[in-house]
Design a protein around this ligand. Structure first.
Ligand code: DGT
Ligand code: MG
Length: 371
């Protein structure tokens, strides 16, 4: 077994779900470089290398020490030729010329800018780029471009939404959602999920799971909640997607990006007075409020553990949980179910611990899932 400087003697698993990754990243200098490359491959729809860089970054994030030489990485999984060259370059010069070339590339910069707008994905960004558009004002003054409602809202609240959400703001939103959900049904259950459940200090949005113990009752919960938020005058945007969940259509063998639970993507108006210590704003802001992105998901109660595990993230942790289940256990895991392909049966779970146990994995706490 290799010995890691400053760390215990242990092998590092190729699966993020067998590593404990806190928010403390000792290798930012490398992982940020990898992320630029991954993103650049993503913009060019080259999936293999994109995933490879994300996987490599995730391995380095789990280390309890800072990589100081190429030798430190000798026994680590998921590091290929290209990643090692990059590590070597950064160790030698403190920076990577390949990364700097990408960062100064017009196409990369433009796609990065356009996809930073709520409602604009890589496809739309690419389309705008190919039309010769390079800035927001290019887009907004181009007569042939029809923005959809989501994109209009994205531009309208651009500054607020691109500013990180703080933990205090997430807590304040938790109180607002908690109050709304309980006003509708007293036995409502609400959990904070996503990055804030993993202990992150800042996030791009706040994610909640809301449901009720009465099966089927959850189907009307989100429309009732958003109606209430609207009455309170704090609903700036709502994209509601009704449930398409159907247990009889599971297990699903092809990969789906989205789960089938009822969900809504919201933008809420958050008053400074509701946030302990005030809003996360840089300069003096006399408005006294900000716009924040909030996601609500509403699974039926018997799917709660799967939904919670699926929405807690990180994305890399989720990817590796599913990959581990498939390759090491012949099981299918998604946000709805865990299915044993050998026994041809669904495995029941009421807690995340049940799911880890079915998979034969040591339990990993939410704050250790920052892979
Ligand atoms: P951030 O950027 O600070 O909000 O970080 P996260 O980790 O909260 O990322 P976010 O909010 O995009 O998503 C939270 C988790 O939920 C993420 O690990 C993946 C999962 N998730 C989000 N949207 C979807 C979706 O549409 N389908 C599925 N299956 N999972 C999703
Ligand atoms: Mg989030």
């Amino acid at each position: 077994l290799p010995t890691f400087p400053g760390g215990p003697t242990a092998t590092v698993s190729q699966y993020a779900c067998q590593r404990r990754t806190t928010t403390e990243n000792n290798n930012k200098i490398f992982t940020e470089a990898f992320e630029v490359l991954a993103e650049s491959y993503e913009f060019n729809e080259i999936e293999g290398p994109c995933l490879a860089f994300r996987r490599a970054g995730s391995v380095l994030k789990s280390l309890t020490f800072e990589v100081r030489s190429l030798g430190d990485t000798q026994d680590l999984p998921c590091l290929g030729e290209h990643t090692k060259e990059l590590i070597e370059e950064i160790l030698r010069y403190g920076r990577s010329f390949e990364v700097e070339k990408i960062l100064s590339d017009e196409r990369y910069q433009t796609l990065k800018l356009f996809t930073s707008v709520f409602g604009v994905g890589p496809k739309t960004a690419e389309k705008w780029y190919r039309r010769g558009l390079r800035s927001f004002s290019d887009v907004l003054t181009e007569p042939s471009i029809q923005l959809n409602r989501m994109q209009q809202t994205g531009f309208l609240h651009y500054e607020d939404i691109s500013r990180a959400v703080s933990k205090a703001e997430a807590r304040a939103l938790g109180n607002i959602i908690d109050e709304a959900v309980h006003a509708i049904t007293l036995d409502a259950v609400i959990s904070l999920t996503g990055g804030f459940r993993r202990g992150k200090e800042f996030g791009h949005d706040v994610d909640f799971i809301v449901t009720t113990p009465e099966l089927g009752r959850e189907r009307s919960l989100l429309p009732d909640v958003t109606d209430r938020l609207e009455q309170q005058g704090i609903l700036l945007y709502c994209d509601y997607q009704a449930s398409t969940f159907d247990m009889s259509k599971l297990p699903c063998h092809r990969f789906e990006a989205m789960d089938h639970f009822a969900k809504c993507f919201l933008i809420l108006r958050l008053e400074a007075s509701k946030v302990e210590g005030g809003l996360n704003s840089t300069e003096e802001d006399s408005r006294g409020w900000r716009a924040v992105r909030v996601d609500l998901v509403s699974p039926p109660m018997d799917r709660y553990a799967f939904a919670l595990l699926g929405w807690t993230g990180s994305r890399q942790f989720e990817r590796d949980l599913r990959r581990f289940a498939r390759l090491e256990r012949r099981m299918l895991l998604d946000n709805h179910i865990l299915y044993d392909k050998t026994k041809k049966e669904f495995l029941a779970a009421t807690t995340e611990k049940d799911i880890f146990a079915h998979l034969g994995l040591e339990y990993i706490e939410p704050w250790q899932r920052n892979a």
